[in-house]
Design a protein around this ligand. Structure first.
Ligand code: DGL
Length: 262
């Protein structure tokens, strides 16, 4: 069981930002990543549709023998993780906007949150904000259109930068000192975001925290892979293989990237 892979899924390539952190912290682990690009963006779908997609992805990962599943998508976590935990036996790790540290460390008392419509309208997001951000001002912004641009490889395009400017510049008027990235696709936009927001705004992305939590849960369940052979990392996409290839191309590991209809 311990050398069985860790499974991850997202509505596309975004969750690879989480995968990279997980592999860095847990270099012995094998992994299987599902890039459900065909159904992106999840953020514009209803909660019911998001749960159905999360079930479909979970069942594929379980059929491939995954010992733990990382829901590498804020939108799927905030809408579906309760359901998944209730209905399947493997441990699930999720990712949701890191409002708690942002609220804790903010000096100006104003924090920006960039996330999908599906995340911002979820019950879990509402609960977290109510619990941790009651003493600060939060400026919530939907990142509509960003995921499709990233999914088509337009990370550094003028169109993407202009859209980011429209979403982020107004936050500066509120004197934010933290921006929470509430979507796993957005870490790929960090260089452009930094250019727009300048050096006084801290960008918070939860990739590393997810990796640490994964390690803790594997340890607790006695599931860590202690065998030191070359781990295998399999990627399956139902979208354009070239986009995920280009994002993983600088990584020097044993990667297999395949097209799969799911
Ligand atoms: N990566 C997903 C997230 O973290 C993107 C959602 C989408 O497909 O809209 O929310």
């Amino acid at each position: 069981m311990n050398n069985q892979p860790i499974g991850l899924f997202d509505s596309g390539i975004g969750g690879t930002s989480i995968w990279k952190e997980v592999i860095k912290l847990l270099p012995n682990e094998n992994s299987i990543y599902l890039s459900d690009s065909k159904n992106a963006p999840y953020g514009e779908k209803s909660s019911k549709e998001i749960v159905a997609l999360a079930i479909k992805n979970t069942e594929i990962l379980l059929s491939k023998g995954c010992k733990l599943i990382i829901v590498a998508c804020n939108t799927a976590t905030t809408n579906a993780i309760d359901y998944l935990r209730k209905h399947y036996n493997v441990p699930f790790i999720g990712i949701e906007p890191a409002i708690k540290p942002a609220a804790l460390y903010s000096k100006t008392g104003a924090v920006g949150i960039l996330a999908t419509k599906g995340t911002l309208s979820s019950k879990l997001f509402e609960k977290t904000t109510r619990e941790y951000a009651k003493n600060i001002t939060t400026i919530e912004q939907k990142g509509a259109g960003l995921v499709p641009l990233i999914e088509t490889g337009k990370i550094n395009s003028t169109e993407t930068i202009q859209l980011l400017e429209t979403y982020l510049k107004p936050m500066l008027q509120f004197n934010i000192d933290h921006l929470v990235l509430g979507c796993t696709h957005y870490p790929y936009l960090i260089p452009s975001i930094k250019n727009i927001l300048g050096p006084n705004v801290n960008i918070i992305d939860s990739g590393e925290a997810v990796a640490k939590q994964t390690k803790t849960v594997l340890e607790k369940n006695n599931l860590l892979n202690k065998i030191e052979t070359n781990p295998k990392h399999q990627f399956f996409t139902n979208g354009n293989k070239k986009v995920i290839e280009s994002i993983l191309q600088p990584i020097n590991l044993d990667l297999s990237i395949k097209q799969l209809d799911f």
